[in-house]
Design a protein around this ligand. Sequence first.
Ligand code: CAA
Length: 283
Amino acid sequence: MEIKTFGVVGAGQMGAGIAQVAAVSGLNVIMHDIDEQLVQKGFKNITRLLEKSVDKGKMSPGDKDAALARIKATTRLQDMEAADYVVEAASERQDIKFAIFRDLDSFCPAHAILASNTSSIPIGRIAAQTKRQDKVAGMHFMNPVPVMKLVEVIRGLATSDDTFRATWDLALRFGKTPAEANDYPGFISNRVLMPMINEAIYCLYHGVGTREDIDTVMKLGMNHPMGPLALADLIGLDTCLAIMETLYHGFSDSKYRPCPLLRRYVETGWLGRKTGRGFYEYS
Ligand code: CAA
């Protein structure tokens, strides 16, 4: 099946990033969010990043304009009826994802593949909301999407080889390196990353170190590009908590219990960069 039109549900930091790499790769993109302001904010972010690429001489102004012209921004999920492949990149909440997949299943053509950018929710659980479980896979991008090389491709129990291959090939088309993960909570990426971030938050909670010292140890001692607390702020503390909850409940294992300090930050609305306050302050 040839993929010409690519849908993205969610125009937040992940959704807009995915729409950007898809449009730059030459696909027609339908980018959806629930209200006009959100979808326009996503489009503005894409415009800003592509303009930066032009300023750096990495892209011609003509290619930038052509990529932007390929993106149709919409608040009508029904518009996905024109899509051959849709990636859902909504909030990391199971109820939201379930509802979106049920709607996509009813709006999208029978041949369309439906993927989720979920960071941790098992794909089989999401696929079971549809009548096309063979055409559902995980396509998990990393933040910031235009920069990070990896796409984790998740194969649910019912995912067909054709669906898996189409997802893998799309990742290559986007200039990414795909890696395969089987369908368990958190897959590979967040099974490994998020307990490390959670443990860094426990270090802050227990007073083992200040936020700066914890991040410096991991940056300079382990050569990570950024410290785990700064990374949590980039990912979003609500997303970090949601992933820990999925691991904790998914494995029924106390080793994944979310740090109470993480929960307090989320309850206070300190969600990281996107709200201007997380473990650090952002202007
Ligand atoms: N969007 C687009 N481009 C961005 C960007 C963003 N948000 N942030 C930085 N960049 C670009 C910069 O423009 C710059 O591009 P050029 O090389 O063309 O100039 C390049 O990235 C490097 O940026 P900086 O020089 O400003 O800063 P840096 O070298 O410290 O890199 C970083 C920034 C790429 C974010 C780096 O710190 C990094 O790799 N951090 C770790 C990120 C990470 O681990 N991501 C995965 C999170 S887990 C996840 O996403 C999955 C999940 O399920 C939770």
